[in-house]
Design a protein around this ligand. Structure first.
Ligand SMILES: Cc1cc2nc3c(=O)[nH]c(=O)nc-3n(C[C@H](O)[C@H](O)[C@H](O)COP(=O)(O)OP(=O)(O)OC[C@H]3O[C@@H](n4cnc5c(N)ncnc54)[C@H](O)[C@@H]3O)c2cc1C
Length: 317
């Protein structure tokens, strides 16, 4: 064990996908259950894949990127299985896959069992109360990202049970002001471009603080409520520096139709109609917030109740 001393520590431990084991899927642990990362590494290091007919679980961007990885290896999945009524990735990606590549997408379907003793021979999915068996030789669990925040969780730093990452303010500072966090350790999940730019922005904030700029404003918690799942950063210092365009991001916990509102000191300063998909990321216009005058900030989603059938575009399978 080695101990190193530092004036500032930046936590950027990223994110990981949850495996079939952590998703509590019933199986006899046969060989043939992979994460996206494992599939990408197999192809990168061995130039081949150890299966021919996998089933993909999940329909996030990364799930469709697995379809492209398989295509590169001359393979196509047997099917994509998604528990929500719509793909998590945009509609056009789903259409291009189901119509263009003719890959079946089972929506509102959940994986109930992986079949096989030594190796995977199929999966059982549950759809509208029915059980369907699909023959396959591998299962690829995609998405369902979780911040790799065990370091922060086991430490004295305040941790957000909604993002599953450390809480930060607009200086990327954690509850202990010598610690900073940026990138996907903060929440599930942004693209690599955003994670990289967050790292740069955090590095600039750390340099400023080490050079004597000491933020001292009052800590204002940003309030967020269902169906919005979380908000990051969780705190804004007032007075304090203006948030930058990478900051104040939220995510839908489920599909919903309504108006998203940003309410500052009791006044609506911004609102927008949104027809949101489950897990859709929401970027909020930070320029409207004046941290010098901030006493209270709430992000609300006021739902417009319409019949469920209008929300579902379940027309693939
Ligand atoms: C499988 C997978 C596929 C993805 N595909 C895409 C894609 O195609 N396009 C896209 O835009 N985004 C993708 N992402 C999402 C995101 O872009 C990446 O997670 C991105 O690399 C995040 O950058 P980061 O700097 O936050 O963390 P990372 O780049 O993941 O860096 C984290 C680093 O911390 C290290 N680390 C973790 N824990 C510890 C510890 N306890 N001690 C020491 N070191 C530790 C890790 O080894 C790693 O080097 C993907 C993510 C995953 C998991």
């Amino acid at each position: 064990m080695m101990t190193t001393k530092a004036k500032a520590v930046l936590i950027t431990t990223g994110i990981r996908e949850s495996s079939g084991v952590s998703q509590l899927i019933s199986s006899q642990r046969p060989w043939g259950m992979f994460s996206t990362g494992a599939v990408q590494q197999f192809l990168h290091f061995t130039r081949q894949l150890p299966f021919r007919r996998p089933v993909i679980i999940g329909s996030e961007w990364v799930s469709y990127s697995v379809v492209l990885t398989l295509k590169k290896a001359g393979l196509a999945p047997v099917a994509i299985v998604e528990e929500h009524s719509n793909s998590i990735a945009p509609y056009w990606v789903e259409k291009a896959t189901s119509h263009g590549l003719r890959i079946p997408i089972f929506k509102q379907s959940s994986l109930s069992r992986v079949i096989g003793t030594d190796t995977v021979s199929g999966v059982e999915i549950r759809r509208h109360g029915r059980r369907i068996e699909l023959e396959c030789d591998a299962v690829i669990f995609t998405g369902k990202f979780i911040p790799e925040s065990s370091l922060a969780m086991d430490s004295h730093l305040e941790w957000d049970p909604k993002t599953l990452g450390p809480k930060i303010d607009q200086y990327w500072r954690c509850s202990d002001h010598s610690y900073f966090a940026a990138g996907n350790v903060l929440r599930p999940v942004e693209t690599s471009g955003i994670a990289g730019r967050e790292g740069q922005s955090a590095a600039r904030a750390i340099a400023g603080i080490l050079n004597g700029e000491t933020p001292s404003g009052e800590c204002i918690p940003v309030q967020v409520e269902s169906p919005l799942e979380y908000v990051c950063p969780q705190w804004i210092r007032s007075p304090g520096i203006q948030l930058n365009s990478l900051q104040l991001r939220s995510r839908m916990e489920r599909a919903a139709n309504g108006v998203i509102k940003m309410i500052c000191n009791g006044t609506v300063i911004w609102q927008k109609s949104v027809e949101a998909k489950p897990l859709q990321r929401i970027r909020l216009p930070v320029r409207r917030i004046k941290p010098d005058q901030l006493r209270r900030l709430e992000i609300k989603f006021v739902e417009r109740w319409i019949h469920r059938r209008f929300l579902s575009c379940d027309n693939t399978l």
